[in-house]
Design a protein around this ligand. Structure first.
Ligand code: SF4
Length: 358
């Protein structure tokens, strides 16, 4: 995929009359005040000055809240501010995120006028019971209608889904991924639920009504849905909330995370787990008792293959008694690897026999 720069502009909770039980927009975005057109220009200027590669495509992204739910006049001012940079050739396009029930033909016409290219919908789940349980205030039918309109009008469609919502099972999440794939998004974000301070979910958690996913559960569930998206060629552009001062380890002082599977490198953990599965599957196919393998992969994938704190290497030794040698090789395509047997159980026995003979 072509590399691009994103200029993120957080528009917190503006115009959103809902109170999803997991959401505290202020804490998630770290923003507390109304974003103005001047803020938009200052942010864009700041990022443009600091980008190192002038040739890359630049997109301004209005994240957070429900962009098309805020006062139309403010929306237009913010979009207009960003649009000046498109006219000047300094920015390529705009992306926004919003709720599915805040999309209609008129809204899309206006967004088109301001060069919005990508629209990300907060879906969270395809199960209406779960959506109601976390007080989303829309149904999956709204997602279907909005997704259809967005694609029909020529925008790039994005979806955001969560794993670990109250009463959501692994099956619900697999089903959500399958339902979303049918709606043909180009990109998707997957967020494991974290319990954030001053939310209804925090109350549920403290009253023992909600139990967040364990770390292992979050990795497993995210892996399942990520595999489905990968297979359907839907790009997973984010896995896990971005690490900020507020969204950080629950034990750190400024963290607004009360509980849940937070990890600053959550995506890497999930990807490492996927590599582990693939390596194990290949080792099993050898059909001999393998003691040592040589894995060759692109340098960019080496750390993920080794795993966080060498977890994959340790697990292969503990579970399968296999030693792994990992070799970087630029000629191997990213995401691919080659595996060869270095030693089998038979080789070890032979070595022992030779030693005895001496
Ligand atoms: S709709 Fe979005 S901004 Fe509004 S409460 Fe829900 S998650 Fe937060």
């Amino acid at each position: 995929m072509k590399k691009e720069y994103i200029i993120p502009i957080f528009v917190p909770h503006l115009g959103c009359p809902h109170k999803c039980t997991f959401c505290n927009q202020k804490e998630i975005s770290g923003e507390t005040k109304q974003v103005t057109a001047q803020d938009v220009k200052d942010t864009i200027e700041f990022y443009l000055k600091n980008f190192k590669d002038d040739s890359r495509y630049v997109e301004v992204a209005f994240f957070g809240g429900s962009f098309t739910g805020i006062d139309e006049k403010i929306q237009n001012e913010l979009l207009e501010a960003a649009n000046e940079y498109i006219s000047a050739g300094k920015v390529g396009s705009i992306r926004i995120s919003t709720r599915p029930d805040y999309i209609n033909k008129d809204i899309l016409k206006r967004l088109k006028h301001y060069n919005v290219k990508t629209i990300e919908l907060g879906v969270q789940s395809s199960n209406d019971y779960i959506l109601a349980k976390c007080q989303r205030g829309h149904t999956f039918d709204d997602v279907k209608k909005a997704s259809f309109l967005i694609r029909w009008k020529g925008f790039t469609l994005g979806h955001q889904m969560m794993v670990g919502l109250p009463e959501s099972t692994k099956l619900d999440e697999i089903n959500t991924a399958k339902q979303l794939i049918k709606l043909k998004p180009k990109i998707v974000r997957i967020y494991p639920v974290l319990v954030i301070k001053d939310t209804e979910l925090e109350r549920e958690y403290k009253d023992g009504e909600y139990q967040p996913l364990t770390f292992e559960q979050a990795v497993e569930r995210s892996k399942e849905v990520m595999q489905l998206f990968n297979k359907a060629k839907v790009e997973v552009i984010r896995l896990g909330l971005q690490n900020t001062e507020e969204i950080s380890d629950p034990n750190s002082e400024q963290s607004q995370v009360v509980a849940g599977p937070f990890h600053p490198a959550f995506r890497q953990l999930v990807e490492s787990s996927m590599w582990y599965d693939e390596i194990v599957a290949k080792i099993k196919k050898f059909n001999v008792k393998v003691m040592q393998v040589l894995i060759t992969a692109n340098p960019e994938n080496i750390n993920t293959i080794i795993g966080h704190k060498k977890e994959n290497v340790k697990k292969l030794k503990e579970v399968y008694d296999v030693d792994v040698i990992i070799k970087p090789d630029e000629s191997i395509k990213k995401g691919k690897f080659e595996i060869e047997i270095e030693k089998t159980y038979e080789d070890i026995l032979e070595e022992e026999r030779e030693k005895l003979k001496k």
